[in-house]
Design a protein around this ligand. Structure first.
Ligand code: ADP
Ligand code: MG
Length: 703
């Protein structure tokens, strides 16, 4: 009889307190009230919250949980949790498990140890976590046992957002409000709510744990700070979609199962372009849940790796010279009656609703490209954006042939036809005929239309997808708000819709680019079009507090000015700290690992010169090598001294956090590059057995 416990059906959602479980465990009226919260935003009563808490606890305890935690995403770092046990002592010296509605709804971690970017100084140290009712609670399994995790938002005593989730939820409300308003104005009276949906494809590296342990740079900085290229990199392109090694396949299988248990619908897995690089894609979800799931995915990727004696690297650029990792953030909008607002249908040129929402996105991206750029800015991504692997730092939109053709027609007057995809002819009757998509893919665009969604491809691998999505939601809400205002005033709305679409196409077509984003010519062309090219993270941060952006976020109630100022501060501080840690790690490795090895090797060569010479043989090889090693050793020492000075100088920079971060970028980061260059040259001539750490060859190919 025993049901196979390995099927997707029995694994999926096993550790999730989902609606199915709630329906069976809750009193009918409470379950209905819960659904009303989700659909209409009506609050729960205290009694209903108690019901839910009790059911949640019974379910969790049954499965073996002893603790619960309010799980949240502070402004820096990963996820935070503080564990409380369900314990409640009884009068007669025993204890029982208890969990109240109050404990479910509100938590009070001490806010003072989390970064607040000055919010704490202005306000109170107190911070609260509040249950995000729309994201289901789940059980986390680890050596510590099972813990009931309640997804929450984290805010200060006076309501300022101290986390990444609060603005995301606020932006979802803003988008829904404006989208519903526009839909009503064009005659759609059914829709009550519009949600944004996200599927985040996650790239990562897996390396052997034993090698990892020997690299302080990987341990402290998450990326290699030294490392010469091995004879083989990614030039053969034989890793992309290549067959998966057994050891990695075992990891992926384990990861899938852990994620399924948590209700994360891991769907696709494959090898990526760089050696040792892989990707996982889930099926898309409502945005806040997708964001929670992406956090869980990253956490599980790391955890499961350890079990397989592997280490998962989520840094954007763990290795110089091969591709780094990003996330592709697939984004769309859908209505509560099941329409994807970015689905063009068969004849997009006639689909006015689609064209209107599409133009809203185009307008948003053109007017707030700087915000999208900063939403993808972190120190790690500075190694990718603009290099020949990730999209450039210039934001543009790829629409493809079919939509491009329609926009051209609209620009010229009226859209009369849609190009068809047709049938793919493989030239042999043995292969079934395949219907062709109406547009080819463009892998180089930072923001590409891919059939019925946009794919934002600049997102760094390691960050929460909250910022990219609260940005998208808010800027599109703003474009829709402008459209709504105009439609409200129009006497002939049908005609006005057409006029609006045409005006947007004409005004914002500069942001549409269907060509190769990696080409040098594009940089010049984009400059001619007036598109910003913000090349560094520190530069990008300024957009957070630009007046037009503060006005935008305040208007849509996603952030207050104070909250934005706090985020700006935190971003800058985080940048400086990151570069400082990297620089100190480099100094440490240089002084205590590389230099001693180089000295040992030089001594070995010198001794060889003497001994071999005494024996009367030719020592020109040893002598040549010794000269090279010594002279590189001298250069290395100079660059090392320069880096130490650079750190001192940046540390001593007075003034704003912006100035501080700029010093780290311009002085320290540059000095790091110079030291590395010499270090990597040394690596290529020093005897392997003298080199103090595993090489790129070991890290990338011996997995
Ligand atoms: P591609 O082949 O273009 O990468 P896939 O269909 O495999 O596209 O999807 C990539 C990601 O996009 C997946 O995570 C998928 O679930 C997600 N996705 C598909 N449709 C939507 C949508 N309407 N909204 C958000 N994400 C979506
Ligand atoms: Mg993709």
């Amino acid at each position: 009889m025993g049901k196979n416990s390995n099927t997707i059906e029995s694994l999926f959602g096993q550790n999730v307190f989902n609606q199915h479980v709630m329906k069976t465990m809750l009193p009918k009226e409470t379950y209905r009230a819960f659904k009303r919260v989700l659909e209409q935003g009506q609050p729960l009563t205290a009694a209903q919250a108690d019901d839910i808490a009790a059911a949640m606890k019974d379910w969790a305890v049954e499965k073996g949980a002893t603790h619960f935690t309010h799980w949240f995403q502070p402004m820096t770092g990963f996820t935070a949790e503080k564990h409380d046990s369900f314990i409640k002592p009884t009068d007669d010296g025993r204890a029982m498990a208890e969990f109240s509605g109050k404990e479910l709804i509100k938590g009070e971690p001490d806010a003072s140890s989390f970064p607040s970017g000055g919010l704490r100084a202005t306000f109170e140290a107190r911070g609260y976590t509040a249950w995000d009712i729309s994201s289901p609670a789940f059980l986390k399994e680890d050596e510590g046992g099972l813990t009931l995790c309640i997804p929450t938002a984290f805010c200060s005593y006076t309501g300022e957002a101290l986390d990444k989730k609060t603005p995301l939820l606020r932006s979802m409300d803003a988008l829904s409000r404006e989208a519903v308003r526009v839909l009503r104005l064009i005659g759609n009276t059914q829709v009550q709510k519009v949600t944004t949906t996200v599927g985040a494809e996650q790239e990562y590296f897996l390396i052997d744990r034993e090698y990892y342990e020997q690299r302080p740079d990987l341990i402290f900085a998450g990326r290699t700070l030294f490392g010469a290229m091995p004879p083989k990199g990614q030039e053969m392109e034989d890793h992309y979609f290549g067959s998966i090694k057994d050891r990695i396949a075992g990891y992926m299988r384990d990861l899938d199962r852990e994620l399924w248990k948590l209700g994360v619908s891991a769907k696709t897995k494959h090898n990526e372009v760089a050696p040792a690089q892989h990707e996982l894609a889930p099926i898309f979800q409502t945005t806040n849940i997708a964001a929670d799931h992406n956090q869980l995915t990253m956490e599980m990727m790391r955890k499961v790796a350890i079990r397989h004696d592997l280490v998962c690297l989520l840094h954007e650029k763990p290795f110089a010279g091969v591709n780094g990792s990003g996330k592709h953030n697939n984004w769309s909008m859908s209505t509560d009656d099941g329409q994807n607002l970015l689905d063009p249908g068969h004849t997009p040129h006639e689909n006015v609703q689609f064209l209107l929402f599409l133009s809203a996105v185009i307008k948003a991206v053109d007017e707030y490209g700087d915000l999208l750029r900063v939403s993808a800015a972190n120190p790690g991504n500075d190694h990718r954006l603009g290099a020949n692997e990730a999209p450039p730092a210039i934001i543009s939109v790829y629409l493809g042939d079919q939509l491009g053709h329609i926009l051209d027609q609209i620009d010229a007057g009226d859209a009369k036809e849609s190009k068809r995809g047709g049938i793919l002819d493989s030239g042999t009757p043995m292969l079934s005929t395949l219907p062709k998509d109406s547009s080819d893919r463009n892998r180089t665009s930072p923001f590409a239309f891919t059939g019925n969604k946009f794919e934002f491809r600049m997102v760094p691998a390691s960050i929460s997808i909250s910022a990219p999505n609260f940005t998208l939601n808010t800027i599109v809400a703003e474009a829709l708000s402008g459209i709504g205002d105009r439609l409200e005033k129009a006497t002939d709305r049908r005609a006005e819709v057409k006029t609006i679409i045409q005006e947007i196409v004409r005004k914002h077509k500069r942001v549409v680019f269907n060509g190769n984003n990696y080409a040098k010519e594009w940089v010049a062309e984009a400059a001619k079009r007036g598109l910003p090219n913000i090349s560094s993270t520190v530069e990008a941060f300024k957009s957070i507090v630009a007046e037009k952006n503060v006005a935008l976020y305040e208007k849509h109630k996603v952030f207050t000015r104070t909250e934005l100022e706090a985020r700006y501060e935190i971003s800058l501080e985080n940048y400086s700290k990151t570069i400082r840690i990297e620089a100190l790690t480099m100094v440490d490795m240089a002084r205590r690992m590389i230099q001693p090895s180089v000295i040992r090797y030089a001594t070995f060569l010198a001794e060889s010169v003497q001994t071999v010479k005494a024996a009367g043989a030719d020592v020109s090889v040893q002598e040549g090598l010794l000269k090279s090693v010594s002279s590189l050793g001298v250069q290395f020492n100079e660059k090392l001294g320069a880096l130490e000075k650079a750190i001192e100088k940046a540390d001593a920079t007075h003034g704003s956090s912006q100035a501080h971060a700029e010093a780290y970028r311009d002085v320290v980061f540059t000095a790091m590059g110079a030291l590395r260059e010499v270090g990597d040259k040394l690596e290529t001539i020093v005897d392997e057995s003298f080199w103090p750490m595993p090489t790129y060859g070991d890290l990338l190919f011996r997995v």
